[in-house]
Design a protein around this ligand. Sequence first.
Ligand code: XIL
Length: 346
Amino acid sequence: KSLKAYFSTQFLVGSAINAQQAKRTEQDTDALIIAQFNTITPENELKWERIHPKPDTYDFSLSDEYVDYGLANNMFTVGHTLVWHSQTPEWVFEDAQGKPLTRAALLARMEEHIQTVVSRYKGKIKGWDVVNEALNEDGSLRDSKWRQIIGDDFIEKAFTYAHAADPDAELYYNDYNLYKPEKSAGAARLIKSLQNKGVPVHGVGLQGHYSLTHPALNELDDALTLFASLGIESMITELDISVLPFPSEAEQGADISQDLALQKALNPYPNGLPKAQQDALSARYKEVFSVFSKHHASISRVTFWGVNDANSWRNDWPMRGRTDYPLLFDRKNQPKPAYHTLMTTP
Ligand code: XIL
């Protein structure tokens, strides 16, 4: 039994993998990835800062290993991500003197990057997160450097350049909190405007950085209905379900090592997840997947953000140094109760 086999009539099931995993350094993790998943996403290895650290320097050593891994294992290999405000070096927006680029110069730089990267993996990377996280929570466009310098049309330009570089690749808009009504409405407006202009957009990626309480199932359901009505595919792209309390802004900045009470409140299970919370996680996975299954006709894949709890970014986000249990495999790569719960027919 495996995730990919269990859900094979509904959607692909995948994971983000990191550089170590693409290098196959840990045998049991490697075996687990191959047994369970039929699609992969690079956790960091294709981000601008990694592959294009300086104006005239590309470094494809890690991304090549990632793509080779996907090809060797016959997986639907995703590219993440071309245009984002984060993990993008500052020089991208500046000229050699450190002055802000003009619109024309930044567009030329964006086109050169997209053309170089997408054409390198033409026919190998099957789908691209072309633009990542361009929206505010209220559905308006985020005031990123991309938007400040180029204008709102930086998004359609990115999709157009990606399509020119590989006309067969699927092109996605990816963002978090797309279950929130205002934000999903903003994404729908954005996608419709691309469609109206004839710009190729094939899918929307809903990052799934969830918790035991968020999203509300009806909001998720509504968002998936909305995106299906646009005639595009939906993907759950970065699934992990934190079992920890979401800290306030002040708590995120606090030094919890100096405050035992806060430490206990914000990092309550440093030595393992108690049975009650393990059960809560199982029930939560079951219910969010029941919504995914309801929408399986429009969902092409569900991708976890990490293979096991040990390598999940949720141990460090939204605050550093906690012990979280957000995935289906534990720190020894063993399936957790949530894994078994998920694969029982209702
Ligand atoms: C995260 C990675 O998991 C971390 O290793 C890295 O330090 C920061 O980025 N949204 C995205 C992902 O689109 O690329 C982010 O990945 C998580 C949030």
